[in-house]
Design a protein around this ligand. Structure first.
Ligand SMILES: [Zn+2]
Length: 437
């Protein structure tokens, strides 16, 4: 697939690092001058902007966490006056205030360019008819992808979320070739196709790009085979722009190229805050290098991944991040064993007739930790032969226990009780954290 911006995306490492350093120094100066929150943080740590002389000095800078953005709600962390801001988005505020992000005209220009790069890497061209199945609203996904696709010159259908059946009718009538949304919603659409007996040949779909929640390799294969498409992954987080941070190239589908001229990425140990070397899994931390409205330094994303610098056959020189394996707040430790939600998803995908829609409830009963995995199963299974139902439950329990090395209770639930086109679904509820010690 053609590279959207070859001059930048195939830049040598030496040139890239020089550019990153110049931009880092500029952003540090800018927030020192115009964001009181950062000025205070720097002063508390005895830090002045001139101290940043190399990219390694990045680790001298303070970490920023979601709580800082909530405390600064809505505009305290903006580095420009509101009259310079031309767009405002926010993340969903499930607990406390949402986090607000603003964009200047230049920020929007960069956003379009970066999403165009990611979409091109995934395989999109101006010939495509792209159906955006993210909800249009305060969240960044729909608008971000929309603008990037228009930048490429594709025909954009701003479909939004809604019933899977409606998505399918539009796909048929408008001859949609590319679908973007969350992987769980793509799976829901694929299931609806099967339920309704819609032939895949009545669709023109050839490609999909999914994101906004962690998904595994087996789930990719399931979506690809059910929808008859090639599916790529992309990553973004609203606090540092939205979609456009990184995306997979179609050639490799092995790691997401990070737009490193705009974002400086590190991986830290989420417990100690120590920076980890390439290849090791930890929490992704992002520093924006060009953002004008809401520049952000060392933002702890809560997403678990690793960085890889090996050259890619596609020709892009930008580092790749592994697909997100989970959230720091979705991993849990039981009896010293650390469990990632992706391990559970992989087990579920190996069982015929089961979709990876699940919820883990971790609790403590009379001093002992318990793990319950709730799994959606087809309605026919719940109302059919009880012996068959119990056998499915038992197979699930055995396989999960073998994979995780833990005692597990399995509860089968009705379809659509867990899944849905929501932003960053929570996969784990840890009730032990709710109990006061
Ligand atoms: Zn590549």
């Amino acid at each position: 697939m053609p590279i959207w911006n070859p001059r930048v995306e195939t830049m040598s490492r030496v040139d890239l690092e020089q550019l990153q350093l110049e931009r880092l120094q500029a952003v540090v100066n800018r927030i020192w001058d115009s964001v009181a929150f950062y000025r205070r943080r720097f002063e508390q740590g005895g830090l002045i902007p001139e101290r940043i002389r190399s990219l390694d000095d990045l680790r001298l800078l303070p970490l920023t966490v979601k709580e800082d953005l909530r405390t600064g709600y809505p505009y305290d962390l903006f580095a420009v006056p509101l009259r310079e801001v031309v767009r405002i988005h926010a993340s969903s505020g499930t607990t406390g205030h949402p986090t607000v992000v603003g964009y200047t005209k230049n920020d929007l220009r960069h956003w379009r360019e970066l999403v165009a790069r990611v979409l091109s890497a995934g395989g999109m061209t101006k010939e495509d008819v792209i159906q955006i199945a993210f909800s249009y609203g305060l969240l960044t996904d729909a608008f971000g992808l929309h603008q990037g696709a228009e930048e490429i010159g594709a025909s954009v259908i701003p479909m939004s979320g809604g019933a899977a059946e409606q998505q399918i009718s539009i796909m048929q009538d408008f001859r949609t070739t590319a679908l973007v949304g969350t992987p769980s919603y793509a799976l829901q659409i694929a299931e609806a196709l099967e339920e309704k007996g819609v032939a895949r040949s009545s669709l023109h779909l050839r490609w999909g790009m999914f994101g906004a929640e962690p998904w595994s390799e087996p789930l990719r294969q399931r979506i690809e085979s059910l929808l008859g498409i090639s599916a790529t992954d992309n990553y973004g987080i609203s606090e540092v722009m939205g979609p456009g941070v990184s995306g997979e190239c179609e050639e490799q589908k092995n790691g997401l190229h990070i737009n490193e001229d705009h974002f400086l990425c590190e991986i830290i140990d989420p417990d100690s805050g120590e920076v980890l070397p390439p290849g090791q899994t930890g929490e992704l931390v992002i520093t924006t290098l060009t953002t004008e409205a809401l520049p952000i330094i060392r933002y702890c994303t809560g997403d678990l991944t690793s960085l890889h610098l090996q050259p890619c056959p596609c020709g892009r020189t930008f580092a790749r991040m592994a697909r997100i394996s989970g959230r720091t707040d979705d991993t849990f430790v039981i009896g010293g064993v650390k469990v990632f939600p992706s391990q559970i998803e992989e087990v579920l995908l190996q069982i015929e007739g089961i979709e990876p829609n699940y919820l883990v409830v971790v609790d403590r009963e009379s001093g002992a930790d318990t793990v319950q995995v709730q799994v959606e199963v087809p309605g026919a299974l719940l109302t059919g032969d009880v012996r068959h139902l119990l056998r499915t439950q038992e197979i699930l329990r055995q396989r999960l226990e073998r994979a995780l090395g833990l005692t597990i209770e399995v509860k089968l639930v009705e379809p659509r009780t867990i899944a849905g086109p929501r932003e960053r679904k929570q996969k784990v509820i840890d009730r032990r954290k709710e109990v006061t010690p």
